[in-house]
Design a protein around this ligand. Structure first.
Ligand code: GDP
Ligand code: IMO
Ligand code: MG
Length: 435
């Protein structure tokens, strides 16, 4: 009953989608357990006519494989309009999402249009202190969940239940929206619209917990696909510059409703450098030509919002923190190819906060804002590594760099990614091996 959780070790966009797509070959179920369509997971698959890129926001990154079950578990907040668009987008590309290929938890909460309106209005009002949210209504939807007044997927299948929920929540949301100067929402219109949407989703709605329990009993391998990254965790990230869910490994069990003992491996995904979208501390951020070079070579623009990502050097104190919180059993180091051609590569080995040296980062936003990175340098390489199929084919300096990232993070590297494509991946040790 192997269970493997895939977690972003940094600030999101580490390449989780690509790695999950590859590991799906070894699994039967791929489960999104938190977050929503704030995520943007990119898969690049070779077709006869060249690489084809698919960006997924809600549907798990196993969907391109036949005969796998993609599960959207109860910890996810689902914008059903976006979900249906995503299904349609896949169909337009020739992939019909079959009834048994997708399972949406009836307990997952629904992102309603008033959630997006509040998210956007709040951010606009924050002026100089924006969180830089994706504007997808994630925070407000989780607020309603915690307040026990949220709309769940099951409510979209039952007129009376939906109406009752909306009567509880919409008047209050409307008062706030009016205060923000945003037009109010009408309960009758929302009821009709979202019942119609529920009708379209009905064929995929079911009981995820039971399905996953049955799968475990039958010995199936299950992948839990994290969204965002460790430092964006609501409880363990750089609050308030975080998202509204638990992005760390523990979130997989609560979000999917599976026991901790069913997890055998936790794979941390980390870029060979670092990026962050939105506001918040980022000690190794670069504002110079190296930062520009990383952004250009790594195409560092958000898969969800298109915003330029902030770029910086690999931060080992952040990685040690991520290893500590998530218990990574191995790492996938992605985007190593992006560093090709840089003369000198820097790695942050410690944070200096007010004269104190921290080997493990302190995710307190104010303290981390004051953190001065302590760097060491390594020589780069110039050879094109995007075709390398084994570690032995990597230039010695690239091998030494990956070894050093592993050593400083305190975790073995099991996968090295040298390009966006499926084949541009060196698997030293699958997280499923041995479980
Ligand atoms: P995710 O949110 O963690 O799934 O990551 P994103 O999809 O938002 O961002 C990762 C980006 O890097 C995508 O455009 C991927 O296609 C791309 N990518 C993933 N791995 C590699 C790699 O090893 N090299 C390069 N050059 N690009 C990669
Ligand atoms: P994937 O899964 C990177 C960031 C936003 C913002 C903060 C809060 O593709 O790695 P939210 O809309 O969640 O309330 O925004 O979190 N953020 C991400 N950054 N990758 C993501 O997802 C992100 N999802 C949210 O930029 O700073
Ligand atoms: Mg992303």
């Amino acid at each position: 009953m192997p269970g493997c959780i895939v977690i972003g070790a940094q600030w999101g966009d580490e390449g989780k989608g690509k790695i999950v797509d590859i590991l799906t070959a070894e699994a039967s179920h791929v489960v999104r357990f938190q977050g929503g369509n704030n995520a943007g997971h990119t898969l690049v698959v070779d077709s006869g006519s060249g690489p084809v890129k698919t960006v997924l926001h809600l549907i798990p990154s196993g969907i391109l494989h036949d005969d796998k079950v993609c599960v959207i578990a109860s910890g996810v907040v689902v914008d059903p309009v976006v979900l249906l668009q995503e299904v349609q987008g896949l169909a337009d590309g020739g992939l019909e999402v079959a009834d048994d290929a997708l399972l949406i938890s009836r307990d997952a909460h629904v992102i309603m249009p008033y959630h997006c309106a509040v998210d956007i209005a709040r951010e606009e009002r924050r002026a100089g202190s924006k969180i830089g949210t994706t504007g997808r209504g994630i925070g407000p939807a989780y607020e309603d969940r915690a307040a026990r007044r949220g709309v769940r997927i099951s409510d979209l299948l039952d007129r009376d239940a939906l109406r009752e929920r909306l009567e509880q929540v919409v008047p209050e949301r409307n008062v706030a929206l009016e205060w923000f100067g945003v037009a109010p929402f009408d309960i009758d219109t929302l009821t009709d619209e979202y019942l119609a949407i529920g009708d379209k989703l009905r064929r995929w709605v079911g009981d995820c917990r039971q399905t996953l329990a049955d799968a475990r009993r039958s010995g199936a391998a299950i992948l839990y696909e994290g969204a965002q990254g460790t430092l964006l965790d609501i409880g363990h990230g750089t609050y308030p510059f975080v998202t509204s869910s638990h992005t760390t490994a523990g979130g997989a069990c609560t979000g999917a409703g599976v026991p901790p003992m069913s997890i055998d491996a936790v794979l941390g995904i980390a870029k060979a450098y670092a990026t962050r979208v939105g506001s918040g501390p980022f000690p190794t951020e670069l504002f110079d030509a190296d930062g520009e070079a990383l952004r250009a070579a790594g195409h560092e623009f958000g898969a969800t919002t298109g915003r330029p990502r902030r770029c910086g050097w690999f931060d080992a104190p952040v990685m040690r923190y991520a290893v500590m919180v998530n218990g990574f059993t191995s790492l996938a180091i992605t985007k190593l190819d992006v560093l090709t051609g840089m003369d000198e590569l820097k790695i942050c080995v410690a944070h200096d906060v007010d004269g104190q040296r921290l080997d493990v980062c302190r995710p307190d936003a104010a303290a981390m804002e004051r953190a001065v990175p302590v760097y060491e340098s390594m020589p780069g390489w110039t050879e094109d590594i995007t075709g390398c199929q084994s570690v032995d084919e990597l230039p010695a300096n690239a091998r030494a760099f990956v070894d050093r990232l592993s050593e400083l993070s305190g975790c073995p590297v099991g996968i090295i990614s040298v390009g966006p494509g499926r084949r541009q991946t060196i698997v030293l040790n699958s997280p499923f091996a041995g479980s």
